[in-house]
Design a protein around this ligand. Sequence first.
Ligand SMILES: [Zn+2]
Length: 382
Amino acid sequence: MSTPNLAWYSHELCFWHDPGPGSGYVPVGPGVEPLRQFAVDPDLRRAEGLVKASGVMDRFTGVTPAPASDEDLLLVHVPEHIERIEATSAIGSGDVGVYAHVNYHSAQAARLAVGACVQATTSVLEGRFDRAYCLVRPPGHHAEPDRAMALCLYNNVAIAARAAQRHGVHRVLILDWDVHHGNGIQRAFYQDPDVLYISIHQEGLFPAASGLVMETGAGTGAGSTLNVPLPAGTGHEAYLAVINRIVEPAARAFGPGLILVAAGVDASGHDPMGRMMCTSRTFHALTSMMCRLADELTAGRIVFAHEGGYSAWYQPMLVLGIASAIAGLPAPQDPFLHSLDHLPGQRLQRHQSRVIEHLTAHHPLLAHRPSAVGPRAGADDE
Ligand SMILES: [Zn+2]
């Protein structure tokens, strides 16, 4: 693709969602001194600010999404879930699930987050744009059909996948590289043979006992879930090796008509919610690889949606890394890179490689396929 036509979906009201006073991810209570909770979004606004200040935003057409309709939300969620979020948000505060606090603006922000992902997907499918990025809050990948969870209210990317199918796409690949396991996306499609969900996450982090290698789908969906739980401390080379050796061959075997990426940036080496080592260079490389895979498999059709990301100072640079790659530009100059790039965890380690080898030998989409063994890890495909 020579000069891709790019869209950037964001809405001011997504920045107004706020889970309320707390510290980290825990609301104020016994033993919790008020600070602020993560996922309040001066940080995300700053990310958009850096993309603008760098000039990279000039490569994108900015689009203001409309709120998702009930019909969109019901593609994944039950009516009672929607009613609970609307009612609690109207009161102005409360927990609508498990660690899923809202304020007055949250219901509308959540509808706008879904709306952005659905409308970006539709625009890409209709050829108005080649690639799209959705800078949205609240995030979505933990939200289950009937339960909000861990900051996630509606499952933005899962709803976008269903919207793509409503639009006539048969098979959708969802790659989720947020550091946590996307239990909500997995649950939505666990028995669906037409949505391949691949999650790369920190082993055993959150939710507990979720995202295991043996969770590979059920019923007619057997083989359509692919979990890559990497050990804490995993960095640049191992992530690229997972794309080379797991994601690319699995995607080729599956044959999607669209790729969606749940593009959280909390696997960075400066994120307080995970213990991984990724840098802006990693996210730039992962994004470039996925855009190339889309060029090969889906006529270039790919949509990225923000998920987690909790480092106040590093998140903007990570989003800029993703945006630069979508635009086909080199990785940005990163003043924080020197603090992470030299650490030993950036090299592919034997105990990380074993996860890849296990999956290539045993996962139904990868095992016994001559194409299963791609380039050896460590070949930086940036
Ligand atoms: Zn996360």
